[in-house]
Design a protein around this ligand. Structure first.
Ligand SMILES: [Zn+2]
Ligand SMILES: [Zn+2]
Length: 121
């Protein structure tokens, strides 16, 4: 289970895995902030299984995971921007939240509560 915060209002959104997180956040953005994506990013983008090992391999650009190979940096969480489908990686939900806040501000011009919030864990 991963907990992220809405980049706009700080509401917690909990879900398990990339697709579920994206859907939950999209639902929240739609109902709470009236933000609707122009198209369904989930139907146009293949979502990935929740697999830390796989993330690690993909991040390095190598292909098949080596059995028994050590997992380095733990970047096991991901989410798609519900508005445009950009994918973000993080080692936990708070990490993803920070990426989303920056992305919403810079790429979508959406006013967020800012990046200086004390991390809540
Ligand atoms: Zn919100
Ligand atoms: Zn986006």
């Amino acid at each position: 289970m991963t907990a992220i915060r809405c980049p706009i209002c700080d509401t917690f959104v909990n879900a398990d895995g990339e697709a579920a997180l994206t859907v939950m956040l999209r639902e929240h953005l739609s109902s709470a902030h009236n933000l609707r994506p122009s198209s369904d990013v989930l139907s146009s983008k293949e979502t990935l299984p929740h697999s830390p090992q796989l993330w690690e391999e993909m991040k390095r650009g190598s292909v098949p995971p080596r059995e028994g190979g050590e997992v380095g940096e733990d970047v096991s969480e991901s989410i798609l921007c519900p508005l445009c489908g950009d994918r973000f990686f993080g080692h936990d939900g708070e990490d993803l939240t920070q990426h989303l806040i920056a992305h919403f501000q810079d790429d979508h011009g959406i006013k967020t509560r800012g990046r200086s919030l004390t991390l809540v864990r």
